[in-house]
Design a protein around this ligand. Structure first.
Ligand code: ADP
Length: 319
């Protein structure tokens, strides 16, 4: 392995830059040339590729977003698109590719590997929805963004004695809402993996009021439904003032936390190790604080098991 490429694809996540840096520096440490592919798979097909040096990835470990930019491409889902990408890589003599992204990006990486071009997936998404790793790069930062917002909302909720419904990201995975609920002390957390009894939500708010609590925070993962709808329902059921905050894309940005930087550094370096060993079609992850790797398809086809012990904990701590 003399030359490798690195790209970021799909939804961006804080810590992707730290992963790009780790891939680049680890490869250069082993005297392997590194090429940055800009704009994800779209840029791969278009040949938006530049050589990266040690200094190219300086001053980015602390930055959110991705220096290599990202994109989504329908064309890349076709055989012709994938073949075009491989031709661009071969033209430059690149022999292996690190793909930093979510499950969609991993499927693309697997397709390239099946066509004879070895790729390694590094999980970067704030949703924490990739099986085979306890945490994805960006999740910890997004979580900290959510709890900082909820802490602030709680100040104003207390002052005005209101119930706040806060909508967080998570179309299919409730991890962000759940972990935020536990760490910010929300009264109820609504996640796609569990059907919540509306009467129970109302009961919890009522119990809080009866013991003199002046605020209630309800966290809703976007996959469950709109925070506005829940707010209206609570307002009607309880005859009280409610407010809604949708955190939206603030959750995707910001300087990565120490945890995300360390995770990105460990996983990025491991991806290069695997390419050096001649492996492809694998994803790297962290399980029980050990860096691991798995076959991408086996992992993506396995059903993701949500951390329901966190759900139980959140219920028990918000009685
Ligand atoms: P994420 O990686 O964050 O899950 P997407 O699901 O949008 O984001 O995937 C990013 C890109 O990966 C897509 O725009 C597409 O180019 C590529 N991709 C997704 N699924 C496949 C697939 N089954 N085969 C090939 N490429 C894919």
């Amino acid at each position: 392995m003399k030359k490798i490429g690195v790209l970021t694809s799909g939804g961006d996540a804080p810590g992707m830059n730290a992963a790009i840096r780790a891939v680049t520096r680890k490869a250069l440490y082993h005297n392997i040339e590194v090429y940055g592919i800009y704009y994800g798979y779209q840029g791969l097909m278009d040949g938006s590729i530049k050589k990266l040096e040690l200094g190219s990835v300086g001053d980015i470990i602390q930055r959110g977003g991705t220096k290599l930019y990202s994109s989504r491409s329908e064309e890349f889902k076709t055989d012709e698109g994938q073949q075009k990408g491989i031709e661009q890589l071969k033209k430059l003599g690149i022999e292996g590719l690190v793909v930093i992204g979510g499950d969609g990006s991993f499927r693309g990486a697997k397709k390239l590997t099946e066509k004879g071009f070895p790729c390694i997936g590094v999980p970067g998404t704030i949703d924490n929805d990739i099986p085979g790793t306890d945490f994805t790069i960006g999740f910890d930062t997004a979580l900290n963004t959510v709890i900082e917002a909820v802490d602030k909302i709680r100040d104003t909720a207390t002052s005005h004695e209101r119930t706040y419904v806060v909508e967080v990201m998570g179309r299919d995975a409730g991890d962000l809402a759940l972990w935020a609920g536990v760490s910010a002390g929300a009264e109820s957390v609504l996640i796609p993996e569990k059907t919540e009894d509306f009467d129970d939500i109302v009961e919890r708010i009522k119990r809080g009021h009866e013991r003199g609590k002046r605020h209630s925070i309800i966290l809703v993962a976007e996959g469950v439904g709109s925070a506005v709808e829940y707010s209206e329902k609570i307002k009607k059921a309880m005859n009280m003032e409610t407010r809604v905050t949708v955190l939206g894309h603030t959750q995707r940005g910001g300087s990565p936390t120490a945890n995300d930087r360390v995770l990105a550094s460990r996983l990025g370096a491991k991806a290069v190790d695997l390419l050096i060993e001649g492996k492809g079609g694998r994803m790297v992850g962290i399980q029980n604080n050990q860096v691991v790797d798995h076959d991408i398809l086996e992992v993506l086809d396995a059903k993701r098991v949500p951390e329901l012990s966190m759900y139980q904990l959140s219920k028990e701590l918000s009685i």
